[in-house]
Design a protein around this ligand. Structure first.
Ligand code: ADP
Length: 229
């Protein structure tokens, strides 16, 4: 069997360690996300979802435990090595789109590809294809402020996938949208993820959305549990 795309092993994290206001956010998290698997991370606010996603995406380091991407243990590696692995393998989506306001939808998806050394022609072709897949190709030349909230998130999904990561990490990707739009935009995200065979760890409060993923893990009091919604 191939290595999991993401393997978290016995991860712990305490903020303000040793201080009276220390917070044990993660108390031993072990989780594998296998190739093509989409896992829902369900947790109450403040439970440590963002901390866990940042550690999984190599934006933060755990106090103890290991993080491996596609079998490569990146714990204790240099910042440069971790940055390269993150750029190559991980796509992020947040609750807010964080698109660059002065660039068009297409340019927002082209720019990360240019940074990765892709030619302008190839980058534009890929960006157009991605926009088409999520149904916003007709908005390619629009700036973020000219797009609806749902369209902005769809563009943000395309940007996250621009450099063909192996793992998608999403923090409440539709949490900022009304229920109907959230449902449609989540559908577009799932289609994109399934079409590309991507693995994903997607944090959500929404149990209906969680139930549309392959598996649910719950984060509570610093530990993960599995089971039905
Ligand atoms: P969630 O994403 O589930 O809302 P977070 O991972 O953002 O939770 O935060 C989990 C807990 O850790 C919260 O109690 C938060 O206040 C605390 N926390 C997060 N980041 C820091 C930090 N940099 N320093 C101190 N405490 C933090």
């Amino acid at each position: 069997m191939s290595d999991p795309v993401l393997a978290l092993s016995d991860i712990t994290k305490t903020y303000n360690k040793g201080a009276p206001n220390a917070v044990d956010v993660l108390r031993g998290i072990t989780l594998d996300v296998t190739a093509g698997e989409v896992v829902a991370l369900v947790a109450p606010s403040g439970a440590g979802k963002s901390t866990l996603l940042h550690i999984a995406g190599l934006l933060d380091t755990p106090d103890t435990g290991t993080v491996a991407l596609s079998g490569q243990n990146l714990t204790g590696q240099s910042d440069r090595r971790r940055t390269l692995a993150r750029r190559a393998d991980v796509g992020f989506i947040y609750q807010f789109h964080h698109l660059l306001p002065e660039f068009s939808a297409l340019e927002n998806i082209v720019l990360p590809q240019l940074s990765a050394g892709v030619s302008k022609t190839d980058a534009e072709a890929r960006a157009t294809a991605l926009l088409d897949q999520v149904g916003v190709a007709h908005r390619a030349d629009h700036r973020p402020a000219e797009l609806s909230g749902g369209e902005q998130q769809r563009v943000a999904f395309c940007r996250a996938l621009a450099n063909a990561p192996k793992l998608l990490l999403a923090d409440e990707p539709t949490g900022n949208l009304d229920p109907t739009t959230s449902d449609q935009v989540f559908g577009a995200l799932m289609t994109l993820v399934r079409d590309t065979g991507l693995s994903a760890l997607i944090a959500t409060h929404n149990l209906e959305l969680a139930n549309r993923m392959d598996r649910i893990v719950r984060l509570d009091a610093g530990r993960l549990s599995t089971g039905p919604a």
